[in-house]
Design a protein around this ligand. Structure first.
Ligand code: PMP
Length: 378
């Protein structure tokens, strides 16, 4: 019997990052610098809230967008800590930033719509756009210090352009868009019917520079969707919690997808989310900054070409001088040098590889020693 599936889903592959991560995991003796999540456990006082909620019987269907107390806490937090003003009715608590992105793209895209994705980029964007029948349009940034060039953006826009995704601090480069970059992007987009998805999930990890979100350009509020996550700042990746915020008419439609896909996030995690928002993130930020300094110093001392990242916990290393594509380079480094990094091709950019510094000092030292030994053999 011949069965036909949705053509989009037959064409989209499973995450290349995950596949390479499994290859590293299954290589005996290999040291991994691949993973994109903090090597910390969720703080005890946040976990305690979830346990208490379960014991108190908070086990029934909650309201679809989240309990009102959670939406109010998010609204307050965004205004006080980040100067973003969204009413509780303009917020949906989602299953991670991943669901927030999925329902956002689902709400705005029709088949054939183009979405501009500055590359290198987190692979999820390309996959989600394709799953919705959209067309990803890469906007390369590797020759502009990973900042968006407004003229290049202007040139990438066509009558079919429906949206752009901005991810700052960036996965995989750690680049933080400067005010100048954002002003330039705003100048190009201000009078165009193009949505801007702001994936700012790493904003708690910014080192020694100012962070600005494109969501600050509130004259474009009718076209902006903000994506947030509890995963990274509070070491809550396994909880699968995030949220999206948008102007009321857009949010009203996003909730349709959210409701029919997941109904709501779980009930008994929502108090814990409020506790998380009250938890300072300075220590986590300082820890990653210290690691950034160490890793950057080591890579430069090896003679490798890498931009100093201003945020997140990744570095995107230029391997073009070695004359190999990123899969060949990373596979050889894994087999011969027993250290695993993710090939840049999985972020849409050849000639680079991504290092994650979500590892202990000892593991980072060991991984970097192995990279150093491997490149000396080339
Ligand atoms: N956006 C970016 C840029 C990410 O790197 C990730 C996770 N790696 C996500 C979104 C998804 O995060 P969540 O765990 O909240 O689904």
């Amino acid at each position: 019997m011949k069965l036909t599936l949705n053509s989009a889903v037959t064409e989209v592959e499973l995450s290349g990052i995950r596949q390479f991560t499994y290859l590293v995991r299954d290589t005996p003796g290999a040291c991994a610098l691949t993973i994109g999540e903090p090597d910390l456990d969720t703080p005890e006082h946040i976990r305690a809230q979830a346990k208490a909620a379960l014991d108190a019987g908070d086990t029934h269907y909650p309201p679809g967008n989240g309990y009102p107390y959670l939406l109010e806490a998010i609204s307050r937090f965004e205004a006080q800590a980040h100067g973003l003003h969204y009413a509780p009715q303009e917020i949906i608590a989602t299953v991670g930033a991943t669901e927030a992105l999925f329902v956002s793209f689902s709400t705005i895209l029709n088949p054939g719509d183009e979405v501009i994705i500055p590359t290198p980029a987190f692979g999820l964007y390309d996959a989600l756009v394709r799953l919705r029948g959209g067309v990803p349009v890469a906007l390369p940034t590797e020759d502009n210090h990973f900042q968006i060039d407004p003229a290049a953006l202007q040139a990438a826009i066509t009558p079919k352009t429906k949206a752009i995704i901005l991810n700052s601090p960036n996965n995989p480069t750690g680049c933080v868009y400067t005010k100048e970059t954002l002003d330039g992007v705003h100048e190009v987009l201000r009078d165009k019917p193009i949505f801007v998805l702001c994936d700012d999930v790493y904003r708690a990890m910014v080192y020694g520079t100012e962070f600005h979100s494109f969501a600050e350009y509130q004259d474009m509020r009718d076209r902006i969707i903000v994506i947030q996550s509890f995963s990274k700042p509070y070491a809550m990746t396994g909880w699968r919690l995030g949220y999206c915020m948008a102007d009321a008419p857009i949010l009203d439609r996003i909730q349709v997808f959210h409701q029919y896909a997941v109904t709501s996030i779980p009930s008994f995690v929502q108090r814990a989310c409020v506790t998380a928002l009250e938890t300072p993130t300075d220590d986590v930020c300082a820890l990653f900054q210290k690691r950034r300094d160490y890793v950057y110093g080591r890579l430069k001392a090896m003679g490798l070409s890498v931009e100093e990242p201003q945020g997140a916990f990744y570095m995107f290393i230029d391997i073009r001088p070695f004359g190999m594509d990123s899969t060949t380079f990373c596979t050889r480094m894994l087999k011969e040098g027993l250290v695993g990094l993710i090939p840049g091709v999985h972020f849409g950019t050849e000639g680079f590889m991504r290092l994650s510094y979500c590892y202990s000092d000892a593991d980072l030292k060991e991984g970097l020693d192995r990279i150093e030994r491997f490149i000396k053999t080339l």
